[in-house]
Ligand binder design. Structure first.
Ligand code: DQA
Length: 148
């Protein structure tokens, strides 16, 4: 199956961005580990990081016509702001897991609300870069349980 891994704004800075919160692993390292994890499980992975809400929306729309079976997304700050991202994920109706490196619930109150969580199959947060591994593991499990 085909899995799409999406990274929202500022995650291109992973590794140097507030390392006490987000760790020192770079986005390239995250994507490389993710590709290995998916291929080892017999799945293919496509990735996109964008600081642009529009680019993420367009990529989600494209997913619907390019046989993407599952989306794993760290929406970053758009988690807390974007009705449009929510509507795009609802529109394509591709199952998704939401993930965060940090645990937003231990942080500022404006991070406690997610516009996506109630549409997600599940949410993983708080484990640093390992959150990606856990979220992909959940996606692979979902695909193995109910292949699309
Ligand atoms: C984040 C948490 C968000 O609140 C924040 O805006 C981010 C990253 C995380 O991975 O912990 O940019 O999604």
């Amino acid at each position: 199956a085909k899995i799409l891994l999406l990274h929202g704004p500022n995650l291109n800075l992973l590794g140097s961005r507030e390392p006490h919160i987000y760790g020192v692993t770079t986005l390239a390292e995250v994507n490389e580990a993710a590709a290995h994890q998916c291929s080892a499980a017999g799945h293919t992975l496509e990735t996109l990081q964008s600081n642009s809400e529009a680019a993420l929306l367009d990529r989600i729309h494209l997913a619907a016509t390019t046989d993407v079976d599952f989306i794993v997304i760290n929406p970053a700050a758009f988690t807390h702001t974007s009705v449009a991202l929510r509507d795009a994920l609802a529109a394509v109706a591709i199952p998704f897991v939401e993930l965060h490196l940090s645990n937003p619930h231990t942080r500022e109150t404006f991070r406690h609300r997610s516009y996506l969580s109630d549409l997600a199959c599940g949410v993983v947060s708080g484990f640093g870069p390992h959150s990606y591994t856990l979220a992909l593991q959940a996606a692979i499990h979902q695909l193995d349980m109910a292949p699309r």
